[in-house]
Design a protein around this ligand. Sequence first.
Ligand SMILES: C[S@@+](CC[C@H](N)C(=O)[O-])C[C@H]1O[C@@H](n2cnc3c(N)ncnc32)[C@H](O)[C@@H]1O
Length: 342
Amino acid sequence: MSSTDNWNDESDPEALLPTAEDWRRLAELRESFLAAEGGKSADSYWRSRRDFELYDATFAARIGWKWDAVLRELALRGRSPCGATVVDWGCGTGIAARRYVASVAGVKHVHLCDRSKQATWFAREALAALDSKLKLTLHAPPADEPIDILLASHVVGELAPQALDELLALAARARFVILVEAGSRPVSRALGALRERLKGEFDVLAPCTHSASCGLLAQGREQDWCHFFARPPAEAFTSPFWRRFSDELGIDLRALPYAFVALERRPTPAPPRGARILGRPRLLKGRALLECCDASGVAARTLFERDAKPLFKRLDRSGELLLADMRCEGERIVEFTPLVDG
Ligand SMILES: C[S@@+](CC[C@H](N)C(=O)[O-])C[C@H]1O[C@@H](n2cnc3c(N)ncnc32)[C@H](O)[C@@H]1O
């Protein structure tokens, strides 16, 4: 079997059989993504179909795990989007649309948009392999057609202002918008700035518990950024493929930081409720330090084990206890009631 016969079999990345040259090319692609940050380069970095195969089995797979975490959070919070028409903008190999379609029912038509038409071809094949009944179009819907869900993944950081306006124009026509990005400071803060521009028309579904201004964009918090950690699946720690990936590219497989925002166009925003725990709780002896975000801003709080005994041990498991009602005395959380239970 040639390495391209089953490129879309996400369950078996080892079938890709990367050569030494492939690993070198993946490192080069990674450099290209970083070089493109801030819209510094308008050139496409994709060179061949093999680039898409390699990317899809590695970086895109990791991005898929972030989408799984985001879509899981939306479902847990009872805030999953719905609708038949999805636009995946800057789609690359189409991982965002694939994870969305696999997780949320009701999608009938996916628009795959990318400045690289070869990327859209690859994404189309991958989507068709996932669900042969999907209608697939390789451009955005005409201006008079509504968009139910706009997805953009790992692209915001590389957009020049004009391209960002293009994305915002699509958002202006969408009912739901989900943006998932790398969990780095510049990209997360760029995402926060986008949230500020959109929140007038949209209600923020997640990660925030409110649609007020982002507490981490407040003065004096310039060094901070909103991010979370997804839990990679077991094979990321057990398979020789992922061990090789980690060795070749120097990537720590345990850390999967991401930033995201999910929005819904709604005349009346949902009332704020509870606080979202940001990042990862810092567990110390008998207490945990939590960065808590609510409508009043972001604040560091301490939860003592004796105040929340049965819950305490679950704090270090990402995706659990991410949202809670809290009663505080100063910095100390004296009552901690989870609002979702992962
Ligand atoms: C890092 S890749 C991410 C691909 C995919 N969304 C994912 O999450 O795996 C960024 C993609 O955005 C595309 N892109 C960059 N600038 C764009 C623009 N101005 N318009 C459309 N696509 C763009 C690139 O061609 C590339 O496929």
